[in-house]
Design a protein around this ligand. Structure first.
Ligand code: DNO
Length: 375
């Protein structure tokens, strides 16, 4: 594995490359061109400038999160082919700049969804949290307003104010899109980009839907092993792989994360590793769930909050997750994921420096122990 940190670029991030470079073991960053709209072409010069900036700080540009997919591509709209052509040329330019991993998502309207960006925990830290009752109560068009106050003045990717201003129009765009249509449109996109991925050895790493179920009646397809298998089989190419995001798949406690990792050997191109704590959960029929770790989760509409990376603070067994990645010989970029806001830091919710740095070191500690105990 190659330990990295997500970085939002000098114009957007509160964290600097110099700070990232000082985190033990972090060798690279995962970044993007934030000013680019989905569907727009990334020129080779723009990519080169970004890469030079990262490398000047002694870090590697380990991959892109994300080259976003336009709504025309997701909904088979009138600009689909034009946008796919721009995507192909962008991949070509990335390949020429020696960048070989691209994370993207195929979620309609909203990227990840949380109802709170600053839930206060026992120790006074704040975290992102999800409460199903709040989702059921809220008018989706008001979703952005309800969380905007907690963004600490940052622009959160997927929740850009310009995009949220068009949210009603976006819902209309997806009115006739069900899971089957979304799968079809994903297939069309993947078939079109695979040749350029083969030529430049670019790994496409789809990010799961977060949470791993339908929100506001919108279809969500990258949620469990069955659907990932379908996605990989429909365009069967090793460059068509996944971002294994523990915190996203793990929102459904019946997704056995270590088992999924083992089943995905060779197709995990990027890993996001974090923990979360379930306060309540139930299946759609209201029944209780025992999670893959054996925890019997109190029954109720889902409520979870993001925890420290440490196993002891949340519902996941982080040792088993890292061990599974180690066992499949995972060599790609990995990053700690959302961190808590601690030590009075003011940053983008989930993406401050301190707690993610602790996460990066913890994951590496687990990795070293697993490696040495296996010898
Ligand atoms: C949330 C992130 C996602 C992810 C995109 C990938 O914190 O993990 O926004 O970057 O879904 O396209």
């Amino acid at each position: 594995m190659e330990m990295t940190l997500r970085w939002y670029g000098s114009a957007f991030d509160t964290v600097t490359l110099r700070q990232i470079r000082q985190i033990p073991g972090v060798k690279g960053v995962i970044t993007t061109l934030y000013q680019k709209a989905p569907g727009e072409l990334w020129t080779r010069e723009e990519i080169h400038t970004l890469k030079e900036e990262v490398e000047a700080s002694g870090l590697k540009l380990s991959g892109i999160e994300s080259v976003n997919i336009s709504d025309d591509i997701k909904t088979a709209g009138p600009l689909r082919d034009e946008h796919i052509q721009a995507y192909i040329e962008t991949l070509e330019n990335l390949g020429k700049e020696d960048i070989h991993m691209v994370c993207y998502n195929f979620m309609p309207v909203f990227d990840w969804t949380r109802t709170e960006l600053a839930r206060v925990r026992e120790d006074g830290s704040t975290v992102l949290a999800y409460n199903q009752e709040a989702v059921d109560r809220i008018d989706p068009e008001r979703m952005f307003e309800s969380i905007a106050g907690d963004m600490n003045g940052t622009v959160m990717p997927g929740w850009e104010p310009e995009r949220m201003a068009r949210v009603k129009e976006l819902f209309d765009l997806y009115r006739d899109i069900d899971s089957e249509k979304l799968f079809e449109n994903l297939k069309y996109f993947l078939e079109a980009v695979m040749p350029v991925c083969d030529k430049y050895d670019i790994n496409m790493a789809i990010h799961p839907d977060d949470p791993a179920w339908s929100v506001f009646g919108l279809p969500r397809i990258i949620t469990n092993m069955e659907n990932i298998s379908r996605m990989m089989k429909m365009v069967d190419n090793p460059h068509n792989g996944v971002t294994f995001c523990a915190g996203s798949y793990g929102t459904n406690p019946e997704n056995d994360l270590p088992e999924m990792i083992r089943a995905l050997r060779g197709r995990i191109h990027f890993a996001h590793v974090r923990n979360l704590r379930f306060n309540r959960f139930c299946r759609e029929d209201g029944s209780q769930v025992t999670s893959w770790t054996g925890e019997k989760i109190p029954v109720g509409k889902p409520d979870f909050e993001e925890a420290q990376h440490l196993s002891s603070d949340g519902s996941f067994d982080m040792y088993e997750i890292v061990r599974a990645l180690h066992d499949i010989g995972f060599e790609g970029p990995i990053r700690p994921d959302h961190g808590r806001m601690i030590w009075d830091e003011k940053g983008m919710p989930g993406y401050g420096l301190y707690d993610r740095a602790l996460g990066a070191v913890y994951i590496q500690g687990l990795w070293e122990a697993i490696e040495k105990s296996g010898r």
